[in-house]
Design a binder for this molecule. Structure first.
Ligand SMILES: Cc1cc2nc3c(=O)[nH]c(=O)nc-3n(C[C@H](O)[C@H](O)[C@H](O)COP(=O)(O)O)c2cc1C
Length: 210
């Protein structure tokens, strides 16, 4: 069963869900596998399909991964506070609201029933722009398809990257060969509390017709 959403409704209401994740409701593995199967239809350079998925629903492993995420987020917060001091940005504005939501996720990550780590089957260090665009462009469309397919099934997600500051430690925990495989992010996933989400306010599109 999927939610009765038009394509545009699905595309414009798939939010970064953090506070509205239902932490008490288990997620059937079958739903996650359906979303992964949908994601496999995403485009990739040369139809290479260099993605793989590590799906964590074991409570101990989730706890350990959440610990790594939190340590990385603390490092990131330090980097950010140095930047904020330099730029004197407004913590009560939109950035402050995102930070408050991200802090909630940070504190509850171990309780999120499923943590998904999409992977790229190569390392990208030192590659030129062409190769970087081709490789990341061959995994991130599948990641977004996965998130859309999850939303259609009443599941909330948010794409996160902060744990990659401690990528090697997460690789060791998850049995990922860090010399050959790159983690693309970490996606907490749970049923949502309610299924109605709104389009967000965005900057006007920067478009130049010539
Ligand atoms: C490349 C990327 C990295 C992100 N990293 C994190 C993260 O580490 N932690 C987090 O809570 N959210 C993270 N996000 C989620 C963004 O904050 C979110 O997509 C953005 O605020 C828009 O949210 P909305 O679609 O609900 O309006 C990331 C998103 C992207 C695209």
């Amino acid at each position: 069963m999927t939610l009765p959403l038009t394509p545009d409704e699905l595309l414009t209401t798939t939010r970064a869900v953090r506070r509205r994740l239902d932490l008490d409701r288990p997620v059937d593995r079958h739903l996650v596998e359906e979303a992964i199967a949908v994601a496999a239809q995403a485009p990739s350079g040369g139809n290479f399909q260099p993605w793989s998925w590590v799906v964590v629903d074991n409570a101990n492993t989730r706890g350990e991964l959440a610990r790594i995420y939190r340590a990385a987020a603390a490092d990131y917060a330090q980097m950010q506070s140095a930047r904020r001091r330099a730029e004197a940005t407004d913590p009560a504005g939109a950035e402050g609201r995102i930070n408050a939501s991200a802090t909630y996720l940070n504190e509850h990550l171990h309780q999120v029933p499923v943590l998904v780590v999409p992977c790229l089957g190569l390392r990208t260090e030192g590659l030129p722009t062409f190769a970087l665009a081709s490789l990341w462009g061959s995994v991130l469309p599948a990641v977004w398809s996965f998130m859309l397919a999850a939303r259609a099934r009443g599941l909330g997600t948010s794409f996160t990257t902060v744990h990659l500051l401690h990528e090697a430690e997460a690789a060791a925990l998850l049995g990922i060969d860090h010399t050959k495989v790159t983690q693309a992010g970490l996606i907490p996933l749970a049923h949502t509390v309610g299924t109605t989400f709104k389009p967000a306010v965005r900057r006007p599109p920067a478009v130049r017709w010539i």
